[in-house]
Design a protein around this ligand. Structure first.
Ligand code: PEP
Ligand code: MN
Length: 361
């Protein structure tokens, strides 16, 4: 489906038009003192756009779900006293009305909201005719169409200052990042909507402050436009997302370390193509692991069979024959003998381990 969006540049008077466009502030507004002091320190570091969650979408109940509208006057104070632009997440119509009432400058849709077209549509209807910039986080699931759909809904309500936030994607089970970056999705979004500003949210991708630099640098190397980073005066005491927040001082240090390579189209195109190729490699590796798992299951069945019939695990003639056969078919595919021997020795050893396991059960 073709996309027709009527967009304006995502830039603001008084905010330097440079890369990275920066937004920073605490995951959650907690107290007036924490909001004001974090803002003061960030302002002193040259941050112009201040983020703070007022309503927090928490995975489990009985955790801190944000201070609610009590925190809105604090954001208004940040705006009035420090001249920063303020931004907060809205997830329903009443959030929209409250945020507008207190003069919040920029709204964002959270990842869970973007995943729900009913919620996005209700917010779009509430915003109809209002002139306010809106940021849209990627949906929690890796679905570019759903992300684009949210832009269309909000844009159809007349909002032209739109930008995307890439915050990574949920996965089941253990993973290195809190939310897997899957860079190919924001890359595809950029391909489909080239004029769209895209910010990266290293905080929610990483879930761990030690990884922020690496993801921020990668976002810059991929030529994305900006960063939104969670910053708190006492991160370890934060009421939400403590492990991923950094002090304004640490943020400044990290930003200074970033290497901003020339944003030339060619290097961005090269990086994007590289990313796409890496994505293909990831997929093949996943398949390889699935195949190895299936192979080991068969080895276990063989083990059971051998146990039942009282046969030894290792039958050297079979192993020898197998290896020769594998070497010769791999050679036809341009894979060296040395490599195939190493790979199959390792596979064979793992197979024996699986067989032994079931024989000892
Ligand atoms: C946040 O920005 O604090 C937040 C809740 O983000 P997300 O919607 O990306 O989980
Ligand atoms: Mn957060």
């Amino acid at each position: 489906m073709s996309i027709s969006l009527d967009l304006e540049k995502f830039e603001f008077d008084g905010v330097p038009k440079q890369r990275p466009l920066m937004m920073a502030g605490p995951c959650s507004a907690e107290t007036e003192q924490q909001v004001m002091e974090t803002a003061r320190q960030l302002k002193a570091k040259g941050i112009h756009i201040y983020r703070a969650g007022i309503w927090k979408p928490r995975t489990r109940p009985n955790t801190f779900e944000g201070v609610g509208k009590e925190g809105l006057p604090w954001l208004r104070k940040v705006k009035e006293e420090l001249g920063m632009l303020t931004a907060t997440e809205v997830a329903n119509v009443s959030h929209v009305f409250e945020a507008l009432k207190y003069g919040v400058d920029i709204l964002w849709l959270g990842a869970r909201t973007t995943a729900n077209p009913f919620a996005v549509q209700e917010i779009a209807d509430a915003l109809n005719g209002v002139d306010i910039p809106v940021l849209i986080k990627n949906p929690v699931n890796p679905d570019v169409e759903l992300w684009i759909g949210a832009f269309e809904r909000i844009n159809q309500a007349g909002i032209k200052k739109l930008a995307a936030i890439h915050r990574g994607f949920s996965t089941y089970g253990k993973s290195f990042y809190r939310n897997d970056p899957q860079w190919q999705l924001p890359i595809e979004l950029k391909r489909r909507i080239p004029q769209l500003t895209i910010l990266t949210d290293p905080s929610h991708i990483c879930g761990d402050r030690d990884l922020l630099f690496e993801i921020s640098q990668k976002a810059m190397d991929l030529n994305f436009d900006g960063l939104i980073i969670e910053s708190h005066i006492t991160p370890d005491k934060a009421l939400s997302d403590a492990a991923q927040q950094i002090t304004p001082d640490a943020l400044e240090l990290m930003l200074k370390k970033l290497v901003l390579r020339k944003a030339d189209i060619n290097s961005a195109v090269i990086m994007h193509s590289l990313e796409e190729l890496r994505h293909q490699i990831d997929k093949f590796d996943d398949k390889l692991i699935d195949i190895l798992e299936q192979r080991m299951k068969i080895a276990e069945r063989i083990g059971k069979y051998k146990k039942k019939n009282n046969i030894t695990i290792l039958q050297s003639s079979r192993w020898d024959e197998l290896l020769h056969q594998r070497i010769s078919s791999a050679e036809k595919k341009g894979l060296s003998e040395d490599f195939i021997i190493k790979v199959f020795r390792a596979i064979h050893q793992e197979s024996i381990n699986h067989q032994t396991k079931v024989m000892n059960e």
